[in-house]
Design a protein around this ligand. Structure first.
Ligand SMILES: C[S@@+](CC[C@H](N)C(=O)[O-])C[C@H]1O[C@@H](n2cnc3c(N)ncnc32)[C@H](O)[C@@H]1O
Length: 323
């Protein structure tokens, strides 16, 4: 599925091409059940009268609205099914407008106009919501945040979540940036996992998510009636080298005893139970020495020392294997 949404790439506009106005979102699913959901957009327009068409329907011709048995005009039939009318009534998209004084009735039984007593009314409905197609150019794609130029608009994420997930589903963004994906997910009651490697996780994403939980009212908050709440956990994944450098070990890693221990020893037929093991990398981690050169069967470290990568005590390296 390819969708359009405004890409404001004015800066990068090639001189000999038209300005690109679209961007692409791809929808993948392992099963049929994962197809995009129908989503709708509300249209703010005038109220319309109930649509009716020529011809008489003998059965099921009336519609029950606000407890009132509505007959179609003579020689015609209603264009809307009862179920749809019921649904729209529940949304507040149907009303009776009093012909006498203009009073508008939106819910409960209609027993004549409570204002002027007239029984004459016009049944009306809002222009029904429009099914959203692949043209998303009517919403913002980027939010105008000078502190974060690539920050997506929450509107865009809202639409993505509506089309591809339900409340309680898990969404994941591997490149959080400013954290729009997680902010919108929290507001839309999706579970989420976000990943970010930049320091702005601490200075931007984390404060933003705390504000979201506290009920901030920017972005889609009003639309989804966001009141705040929830919790999240975050953790920092450490580099293997960082972890190793922080390990405290009296007799093995922390002193030079380790070096003799990985001194080549012929250990024929002793194998490490993984494929594609990075032996030089593992030895570098184990010894804490930077690699200068790797040649077949040998790794040379910055201090000039060398280790045989074919024949050494592989049991030693097992806990430090890198692959
Ligand atoms: C273009 S920004 C994403 C903007 C985001 N959609 C928003 O609304 O703010 C991409 C982000 O991915 C992060 N990133 C890039 N490579 C990464 C990686 N390998 N692991 C985690 N984050 C990464 C960058 O630090 C950057 O913040």
């Amino acid at each position: 599925m390819r969708l359009s949404s405004k890409d404001q790439g004015f800066k990068n506009r090639p001189k000999n091409k038209l300005l690109v106005a679209t961007d692409s979102l791809f929808f993948y699913s392992k099963t049929e059940a994962g197809k995009p959901r129908d989503i709708y957009e509300h249209r703010e327009t005038n109220w319309l009268t109930f649509v009716h068409y020529p011809g008489v329907r003998k059965s099921n011709k009336n519609r029950l609205v606000f407890g009132y048995n509505l007959e179609p005009p003579q020689g015609r039939h209603w264009g809307l099914k009862q179920e749809l009318i019921d649904h729209w009534v529940s949304k507040g998209w149907v009303r009776f407008r009093c012909r006498g004084c203009g009073y508008e009735h939106y819910e409960g039984e209609w027993k004549g106009c409570p204002q002027c007593g007239s029984c004459e009314f016009i049944p009306e409905l809002k222009n029904p919501p429009k099914k959203i197609d692949s043209n998303w150019t009517n919403i913002q794609s980027y939010s105008q945040d000078p502190a974060f130029p690539t920050r997506n608009a929450e509107d865009l994420l809202k639409r993505v979540y509506e089309a591809a997930s339900a409340e309680g589903d898990l969404v994941m963004d591997f490149f959080l940036g400013s954290g729009t994906a997680t902010a919108a997910a929290q507001k839309m009651k999706r579970k989420w996992i976000g990943v970010e490697m930049g320091d702005h996780f601490n200075t931007y994403v984390l404060p933003r998510m705390k504000r979201v939980l506290a009920g901030e009212q920017t972005g889609i908050s009003k639309e989804v009636n966001w009141q705040g709440g929830g919790f999240f956990k975050y953790c920092e994944l450490e580099q293997y080298e960082d972890t190793l450098s922080k390990v405290e070990c009296d007799t093995f890693l922390a002193d030079q005893v380790m070096t003799p221990r990985v001194t080549p020893q012929i250990q024929a037929n002793q194998s490490i139970p993984y494929e594609d093991v990075d032996i030089p990398g593992s030895l570098s981690c184990l010894t804490g020495k930077w690699i200068r050169k790797i040649t077949p069967g040998e790794v040379e470290f910055q201090d000039g020392s060398k280790l045989n990568t074919d024949n050494f005590d592989r049991e030693l390296i097992k806990p430090f294997i890198r692959w």
